[in-house]
Structure formats: structure tokens, C-alpha cells
Design a protein around this ligand. Structure first.
Ligand SMILES: [Zn+2]
Length: 305
């Protein structure tokens, strides 16, 4: 992103995604869904499946526990007055619809990856640490925030403000840290909608990397929800099948666009889906041919050791 800025060539989501994904193998497995591979499948041609812009990420723990999320990249732009812009296209844009329709089919958590440029690009907006260095390139947190995750359920209302999105997004480099304490005191006090097993999940240290990622994303949604003081009339839960870590999840949503526990934590499974096992075994993923994806990224716990 810095090179794009200084060269005058600029940068876009696809370039940055590719730049990151070519660097991570073999520790992280990357399976792009390219056009030639899909040429033989008539359904793909008819529905345009397989040619989406979103990447399906799976985090797989040593014990098989896994977390799936569908990731759409969104860059921070600035207008001629240096005002920040992030085009989430909430509920109107085709990209928004593709992200949510595909995440629903795959039963994973939809999330944005915010490409935020260099710390100097974001100046004068700081990352929020106290006694911020005047040289933004010397701030570790600012550097970490260059790529940050933001659950799509938050990109709604106040959350479409790019400065709110920036503040509430999770640096990619911190996303998988089981020791990261993500719940703010406000969110910790907000117990509405928490079943005993969810309370245990939210308050104890994550058992592994997949749980840590799931927990960080849902913590951000809980934090936003805690700012909306209304309670739902009924605290309904949605029953889901046995492969999911949580047998049922609360439908609490407040003013958010979707029930946040369900939309994020449905991605948490006891075992990875078959197409992830295919990739871990060095085979092509099977069963994704009706979905619209740019490709698949599999991060297994061994990558961190
Ligand atoms: Zn900073």
C-alpha cells in the first residue's frame, strides 16, 4: 500500500489481497478459484458461481475445532478534501448481497477486511493509544491496523462511518491471538442474550485459534449491541445442527442488521467441513461449486507453531 501510494500507481483491494496471499503459503493454504477450473461445470457458467470477489477463510485448530468466515475486502479512500470513505454499500449494493447470500449458504461469518493504507495515509486519525507518537509510522498499533477485520453486522447505521469502522475493527495480526482480551468493560457488563455456555465462552480464555477469532468478532458485535439499550421482547434462540459448537444461538439483534451471535458463531464447528479437509489433504475442495467465491484460505493451528 505504501509503494502504491508513493509510486502514484495507487492500490486496490484485489492487488493487496493477491500480494498478501502469495506470501503466506506453505504455512497457509490458498486455493484460488480460477476460471479455467470451472470451465467444465455448466451450473457455474449459468449462475456465475465461483467467480465472486470474496475469499472463504477457515481457521482449523489442533483438535479439529474450526471457524469459517467469508471475507470481503474494502479499502479506505479519501476524497479531495481528505475526508475518509469506505463504500460498504449497505443492503443496496450487489457486493453486500453476494457476501451475505454466500455466507448464509456456507453458514459462516461474513466479515470485511479493511485495507486502511499506511499509518501516514490515515493521518491525522490515530489508533487511539495514549501518548501517540507524532510519527505514525513508529506506532505498532497503527502499523498492525493496516489490515483489520470488521464483522459485516457492524457495517450498518453508525458503523458505516469509516472512523467508527476503523476504531472498532480488529488488526489482522491480533485476530488469532487467544490471549487477546477483546471485551471492553461495557461489553463485559452486557449479559443480555448470553446463555450460560455463551457466557463461559465469552469470559474464559479461548481454547484455540479458531475460538479466539470467533470470540473477537462476536465481542465487537456485543460491544455495539451494548450501546443500544433496548431489549427484545422475547429472547428466542435458533436451533442448529450438531456439527456446530453451539447447539442453539440467541436471536438477539437490537438495532443491528442481523442476529449477531447466530451470524458470527454459526462459523464455529467441532470439525472442519469436508472441503476444508480436502485442502488439508492436498486435494481440490469438493462441494463449493454452487457458491460464488474468489477462493479458499485455510489456516491450520500448525501454522502458528
Ligand atoms: Zn497508533
Amino acid at each position: 500500500m505504501v509503494k502504491g501510494e508513493t509510486s502514484g500507481l495507487g492500490w486496490d483491494e484485489e492487488t493487496i489481497t493477491n500480494t498478501m496471499l502469495v506470501e503466506v503459503p506453505p504455512l497457509v493454504k490458498v486455493v484460488p478459484f480460477t476460471r479455467p477450473q470451472e470451465g467444465g461445470d455448466k451450473r457455474l457458467k449459468e449462475h456465475g458461481a465461483g467467480m465472486g470477489a470474496d475469499w472463504l477463510w477457515w481457521w482449523v485448530g489442533d483438535d479439529g475445532a474450526s471457524f469459517g468466515m467469508l471475507v470481503q475486502a474494502k479499502r479506505l479512500k479519501k476524497d479531495k478534501n481528505e475526508e475518509w470513505l469506505i463504500d460498504f454499500g449497505y443492503k443496496s449494493g450487489k457486493q453486500w448481497q453476494d457476501l451475505h447470500a454466500t455466507a448464509d449458504v456456507l453458514q459462516v461469518a461474513p466479515s470485511y477486511a479493511l485495507y486502511l493504507g499506511s499509518p501516514n495515509y490515515r493521518k491525522p486519525v490515530g489508533c487511539g493509544v495514549k501518548n501517540h507518537p507524532s510519527d505514525y509510522e513508529q506506532c505498532d498499533r497503527c502499523i498492525r491496523k493496516s489490515v483489520s477485520f470488521y464483522p459485516s453486522v457492524l457495517a450498518d447505521g453508525i458503523g458505516t462511518d469509516p472512523k467508527v469502522a476503523y476504531e472498532q475493527s480488529i488488526p489482522m495480526e491480533s485476530l488469532a491471538d487467544p490471549q487477546a482480551d477483546t471485551e471492553t468493560p461495557r461489553a463485559q457488563k452486557w449479559t443480555y442474550g448470553l446463555t450460560p455456555e455463551l457466557k463461559e465462552f465469552m469470559t474464559s480464555e479461548a481454547a484455540g485459534v479458531p475460538q479466539a477469532v470467533a470470540k473477537q468478532l462476536v465481542s465487537k458485535a456485543r460491544e455495539r449491541r451494548s450501546l443500544q439499550f433496548d431489549l427484545m421482547e422475547e429472547n428466542l434462540t435458533d436451533q442448529i445442527s450438531e456439527d456446530f459448537v453451539f447447539e442453539s444461538l440467541p436471536l438477539d439483534r437490537g438495532h443491528l442488521s442481523a442476529p449477531y451471535f447466530l451470524q458470527i458463531l454459526r462459523g464455529l464447528r467441532r470439525t472442519p467441513p469436508g472441503y476444508v479437509l480436502n485442502v488439508l489433504n492436498g486435494d481440490s475442495p469438493v462441494g463449493l461449486d454452487t457458491t460464488k467465491l474468489a477462493g479458499l484460505v485455510v489456516v491450520s493451528a500448525g501454522s502458528f507453531n
